[in-house]
Design a protein around this ligand. Structure first.
Ligand SMILES: [Zn+2]
Length: 413
């Protein structure tokens, strides 16, 4: 089960191991009524989803996406500008008690990144950037095949990259953040100012002279109809965005950059100058990373929160062997396979592939990696020279327990 807690709406769904939404429900957040009332609504909605679920026993946990910054490890919402009164709130613990299911919590943009990576436009990439440009700007970074979490799970607040140290005030209190310069809110604010100053006649017509009604989509509409000021506002937001994206590309070298969020509805008007700016600003070695639109739309987070439980490499609690244990296994294998000296070694926890999880879920069994003592596959790969002088790949895979004791093994030439 998943929950997407937003400033205006709460959504909940039942998602299967293939990322399909089986049941979905939503209700208004009414954040002004304070945390207790909102939590009551979350619990009620989750219970509705559970009751409507085809097989209740199959629900293995609740993945929650909530506004950041939040402490994903401790399950705390630290503060949320759109949710007044939410300060250091232990949301995970509260929901576990109320729902009687394990709960995992992550930043809403991070879970959307997981959704796009696992089931959307980012499938098959081990490095990707997901950026969502809407009321604010957020993102998620997948690097080397896992979601980058950072200390307390606070990494990936891309919207607060500072582009103009003396720029407009941001919701975070700082000045000149990317979010303060190029979010939907920023585009609307600049449009409203242009109307007040009499610089955008077409936009003024669209909002019937009421500058407060101007939003990003209205500025886009005016730009499309040929209002030069509206066109400049969109273009400037796109150039700021392209500059921020170019910096992120240099930092993380993604295989693909995915753009989502409401402002992407502006289409090529916004996307084309972003692409041009990135192309101009990144070094040649990085230019082949495509900049594409995200595929799951507003459901990315609702679907992606399921990946907190289903992911092949569980991003919240991945287990692995210590370097000492791996070295101990390596020495043991080399005693019988001296030709594997210098082989490439990889380690994977067993029972975590989506296929294994899908079967266990359908059979109503506990997840394999949670039910049993953890087992790890340690694989050694090397090109070796056979008796006839031909070079062939040799693969030896052993299954070990947490102490590094070999339980079984197999070799393949
Ligand atoms: Zn900021």
């Amino acid at each position: 089960m998943t929950i997407d807690l937003g400033g205006t709406r709460i959504r909940s769904a039942l998602v299967d191991a293939a990322g399909r939404l089986l049941v979905r429900r939503e209700c208004p957040t009414e954040a002004g009524q304070g945390p207790e009332a909102v939590i009551e609504r979350i619990v009620g909605l989750a219970q509705e989803v559970r009751e409507a679920s085809p097989a209740d026993g199959a629900c293995i946990g609740v993945g929650v996406g909530a506004p950041g910054p939040l402490d994903a490890e401790a399950g705390l919402v630290l503060s949320a500008p759109n949710l007044p009164g939410w300060e250091n709130l232990p949301l995970r613990q509260i929901l576990e008690t109320r729902l009687g299911l394990p709960v995992r919590l992550a930043n809403d943009a991070n879970v959307a990144a997981l959704g796009e990576w696992r089931w959307g436009a980012g499938q098959g990439y081990s490095d990707l950037l997901y950026l969502t440009i809407s009321t604010g700007i957020g993102g998620g970074i997948v690097a080397d095949g896992r979601l980058l979490l950072g200390r307390r799970g606070l990494a990936g607040e891309v919207g607060h990259i500072i582009l103009e140290p003396a720029g407009p005030r941001c919701t975070c209190g700082n000045r000149g953040c990317w979010e303060a310069l190029a979010s939907g809110t920023a585009i609307g604010r600049e449009g409203a100012r242009a109307v007040r100053e009499g610089r955008a006649p077409l936009l003024a017509e669209l909002c019937a002279g009421e500058a407060d009604r101007v939003g990003a989509s209205m500025v886009g509409e005016a730009a499309r109809r040929g209002d030069p000021t509206a066109g400049r506002i969109i273009r400037r937001a796109a150039i700021y965005s392209g500059s921020a994206i170019a910096s992120l590309i240099h930092l993380f070298s993604p295989g693909i950059v995915l753009l989502g969020g409401g402002v992407m509805a502006l289409g090529d008007l916004f996307l084309r100058p972003i692409r041009q700016t990135v192309r101009r600003r990144v070094m040649p070695a990085y230019r082949d990373a495509p900049i594409a639109r995200a595929a799951l739309g507003g459901d990315a987070g609702l679907i992606g929160a399921a990946a907190l439980f289903l992911d092949r490499r569980d991003p919240m609690s991945e287990e692995t062997l210590s370097p000492e244990t791996i070295e101990q296994v390596r020495r043991q294998v080399l005693q019988s396979y001296p030709e594997l000296e210098g082989a490439e070694v990889s380690v994977r926890q067993q029972g975590r592939s989506p296929e294994e999880i899908a079967v266990a879920t359908r059979l109503g069994m506990p997840l394999p990696h949670e039910a049993e003592e953890p087992r790890f596959s340690v694989t050694f790969r090397k090109m070796v020279v056979a008796e006839d002088g031909v070079r062939i790949p040799l693969t030896v895979r052993v299954t070990v327990d947490t102490q590094g004791r070999i339980v079984k093994g197999q070799e393949r030439h």
